[in-house]
Design a protein around this ligand. Structure first.
Ligand code: ZZB
Length: 259
């Protein structure tokens, strides 16, 4: 699986993270949350970024000044893809749980929300896939749409500010079957009632297919072009500006065998 890994620069840490990070990192260090995505063309629509609140993460030294917030598993994989400055080395400078970083403000490249987006909890993030960090595009990802609705509804329970989950959801891609807010349309049509609804798998499948084969960009530099055309162009633009890099998931690792 070939992902685009996006670099979301930390602008302001949550209080818990701040006390951990200030002891562990040099003052001039730049830290990025690094979500892995298959949909670089949707990055205009990022409204927040998810971590699994119970997942264990690390901050890893990628170069002299740059550090990545990812899972241990992802750091190990990256170290063997020439992403870190020394081959096979992935020095960890801090240990954090997802819950420690909730509320952190990050800059999301290309997002219409230039003021930054918040790190928020998502119960369904898998620590066995990608980097364990998931950028949220509720216009085009049904999982993300269901999660931000739930977060806003139960903000107090999740220990977040309601407005962090309520950034405006702008149309990015137009499709013939689902209009310009594919995820909202699918969540409503399939009567999905929350982030753990099993119908989300079907919604995701439908959204991927319709978006890729019939989607047309209705926002950004490639407005009017098909998603199929725009995808590699947006990806390359993000890589050229050093806001992203390619990250490959080794085969087989996510399959757990029994018996
Ligand atoms: C932004 C985005 C925008 C995504 C969209 C999807 C969609 P897949 O297809 O199963 O391989 N993701 C990445 N890592 C994780 C993880 N560890 N746990 C849970 N979800 C994860 O999944 C790849 C997609 O799943 C990634 O692409 C990421 O969300 C999420 F409009 O990034 B995506 C119809 C989907 N649309």
């Amino acid at each position: 699986q070939e992902y685009t890994a996006l670099k979301l620069k930390v602008k302001e840490w949550s209080d818990t993270a701040k006390s951990i990070v200030s002891k562990a990192l040099p003052e001039n260090a730049t830290v990025y949350f690094v979500p892995a995505t298959l949909r670089p063309e949707t990055m205009y629509g990022q409204t927040c970024c998810f971590v699994g609140p119970k997942i264990q993460y690390g901050i890893y030294k990628a170069s002299d000044t740059e550090y990545y917030f990812i899972t241990d598993r992802a750091a190990r994989n990256m170290a063997f893809q020439g992403i870190f400055s020394k081959w096979a080395e992935f020095p960890k400078v801090a240990d954090l749980k997802g819950s420690d970083v909730i509320g952190t403000l990050v800059n999301a490249p290309l997002s219409v929300h230039r003021e930054g987006v918040r790190i928020l909890p998502m119960g369904t993030v898998k620590d066995t896939k990608g980097t364990g960090v998931v950028t949220s595009v509720p216009s085009d990802s049904p999982d993300d749409y269901a999660t931000v609705l739930d977060l806003a509804k139960k903000a107090e329970y999740y220990g977040i500010k309601k407005e962090w989950a309520e950034l405006e959801i702008l149309p990015i891609i137009e499709t013939p079957s689902y209009g310009n807010l594919t995820a909202k349309t699918l969540v409503e049509r399939l009567k999905i009632n929350g982030p753990n609804d099993t119908k989300l798998a079907e919604a995701k499948d439908l959204a991927y297919k319709e978006g890729f084969y019939k989607g047309v960009m209705c926002h950004g530099e490639f407005k009017g072009r098909s998603v199929e055309e725009a995808k590699p162009l947006v990806r390359q633009q993000l890589i050229d500006s050093s806001d992203a890099f390619n990250y490959a998931e080794p085969d087989g690792e996510v399959i757990s065998r029994s018996g």
